[in-house]
Design a protein around this ligand. Structure first.
Ligand SMILES: CC(C)(COP(=O)(O)OP(=O)(O)OC[C@H]1O[C@@H](n2cnc3c(N)ncnc32)[C@H](O)[C@@H]1OP(=O)(O)O)[C@@H](O)C(=O)NCCC(=O)NCCS
Length: 210
């Protein structure tokens, strides 16, 4: 990654490309899809985030606990805004175009410049499940990740008893690489995790124009 963002490249780079990964994470470009706008979150999103994050079903298969009050949503947003400010990996808010409502988040759990790899994660309001929204969002984020952030590998994982999330990854061209047994200690038990990934070579093969 260090090589990709060399000073020479910075001279030759089109204005639309980020100067560095930190610049990308700080700006987190708006992504437009047919039904969604992926955008930086703001404090005013707290009520929408609380509305779905208080749902135990949404929090069942994620590492964060269901929000107990809007103060949890505000604390989450403060964390995200700090990540934007410091150019660290974070998430987009998923805004539904039809309603203007923030219905979920998608973004980077971590970024390794040395290995040119990111891990992606996401969650969505329960009343919007099974309408293809997260597939639409993940496809768009993968495109941004390979073509603008320019990494070599994107990973994602889900608990094995959350097959809907694996289905989203499959539909977006990711490959199931294996099961990590008892990988995460979560709410009192060791849970198995499915690890998925897509490499730059996979991405280019899938998107090569004929
Ligand atoms: C997982 C999640 C993001 C999926 O988002 P979504 O917008 O509903 O996903 P999509 O509609 O794009 O695709 C879901 C797919 O899973 C399938 N599915 C749903 N429930 C399923 C189940 N129990 N078993 C197998 N497949 C299932 C759907 O049929 C659909 O596949 P299809 O299009 O082939 O019919 C959403 O359910 C969610 O936010 N859950 C709570 C948080 C979470 O689990 N986040 C992921 C942590 S790894």
């Amino acid at each position: 990654m260090a090589e990709r963002f060399s000073w020479l490249e910075s001279l030759l780079r089109p204005a639309s490309l980020p100067a560095s990964p930190e610049d990308f994470f700080a700006r987190l470009p708006v992504i437009d899809t047919p039904r969604l706008t992926l955008r930086r979150m703001r404090m005013q999103d707290a009520p929408d985030i609380y509305a779905y994050s208080k749902d135990p079903e949404v929090a069942r298969h994620v590492l964060w606990d269901a929000h107990a009050s809007i103060w949890d949503s505000r604390a989450y947003l403060r964390f995200i805004l700090r990540q934007y400010r410091s150019g660290q990996p974070s998430s987009w808010g998923i805004e539904e175009k039809g309603t203007g409502r923030l219905i979920g988040t998608i973004g980077y759990m971590w970024y390794s410049g040395e290995n040119s790899t990111v891990e992606l994660g996401y969650s969505l309001a329960r009343d919007r499940w099974n309408q293809g929204y997260m597939t639409e969002a993940l496809q768009a984020v993968l495109q941004e990740t390979f073509e603008v952030l320019h990494i070599n590998r994107a990973e994602a994982q889900h608990f094995t008893d959350n097959p809907a999330s694996g289905r989203v990854m499959l539909k977006c061209g990711m490959t199931l690489e294996g099961t990590l047994r008892q990988r995460i200690f979560h709410r009192g038990q060791f849970r198995d995790v499915s690890l998925w990934a897509i490499t730059r070579a996979d991405w280019e093969k899938q998107h090569r124009s004929t």
